[in-house]
Design a protein around this ligand. Structure first.
Ligand SMILES: CC(=O)SCCNC(=O)CCNC(=O)[C@H](O)C(C)(C)COP(=O)(O)OP(=O)(O)OC[C@H]1O[C@@H](n2cnc3c(N)ncnc32)[C@H](O)[C@@H]1OP(=O)(O)O
Length: 208
């Protein structure tokens, strides 16, 4: 593990850079479409935009997309993977991940998160700080589980769905593709695709 490139010089991106150093990556370089106005992300340099990374990914030992927006992250990851970039996964040393869990390429698991036995994470997922994903959950590509959110066993989460900070989900629920579950929501019924729900119990807030 030597040189890592991260696309997306955001707050999320710098959390990934910090984690990457902890697990042994020696050099971190950001790429972001705000370059050249943006030349630095906290402690790490920004060296170019998406086009520059597509040109230079072979100079890196690994590539990760550090963009919080689920659809954009997935789209950028597909573009990089399609060009042959080496997408990695990143797991914080203080996360607990079952040896029987599957973590898709480009997915990241932050400090304090727990991924239990027989969980399947698709590609480009974010399991954020202290989130827990219990046994047999299946998360499709581009899902974000925000800090302190909790999924009970056997929950299925559709592509690019977003669960807000502190949300919790009863066992065996389905969360539809593109759905948003608001901060602190308590999900006790299935959530259809492309809606936003919030509250305890979670109710429809808006249609995306
Ligand atoms: C490391 C990180 O930072 S990871 C990022 C973590 N971030 C999050 O978890 C944020 C999750 N986002 C939310 O919870 C948002 O509030 C959303 C997506 C549910 C709704 O956002 P918006 O569509 O912008 O809604 P908006 O803020 O305009 O609120 C609309 C109404 O819903 C209510 N509402 C908004 N969010 C919630 C919520 N989580 N629970 C209950 N009610 C809510 C508001 O009070 C408001 O009610 P009012 O019309 O009676 O005043």
């Amino acid at each position: 593990m030597s040189k890592l490139a991260i696309l997306g010089a955001s707050g999320h991106g710098k959390v990934l850079a910090d984690m990457a150093e902890l697990v042994g990556w020696r050099s971190i370089t950001f790429f972001d479409d705000a370059w050249p106005s943006l030349m630095l992300n906290s402690h790490w340099p920004v060296a170019g935009d998406t086009a520059a990374l597509l040109d230079k990914f072979a100079e890196f030992d690994g590539v990760l997309v550090g963009i919080g927006n689920n659809s954009i992250r997935l789209e950028k990851q597909a573009q990089l993977a399609g060009s042959g970039a080496q997408l990695i996964t990143l797991v914080h040393p203080a996360a607990v991940v079952s040896r029987y869990a599957h973590i898709g390429s480009g997915s990241v698991v932050m400090a304090g998160a727990v991924i239990n036995v027989d969980v399947r994470l698709g590609e480009a997922c974010i399991i954020n700080t202290n989130a827990s994903v219990d046994h047999d959950c299946v998360l499709e590509a581009g899902v974000h589980i925000s800090p302190n959110a909790a999924l009970a066993g056997g929950v299925r989460v559709g592509r690019v769905a977003w669960l807000g900070v502190g949300a919790c989900v009863r066992q065996l629920m389905d969360i539809g593709a593109g759905a948003v579950v608001g901060a602190g929501a308590v999900v006790v019924k299935p959530v259809p695709p492309a809606v936003c729900v919030a509250g305890n119990p979670a109710r429809l807030l808006c249609q995306n």
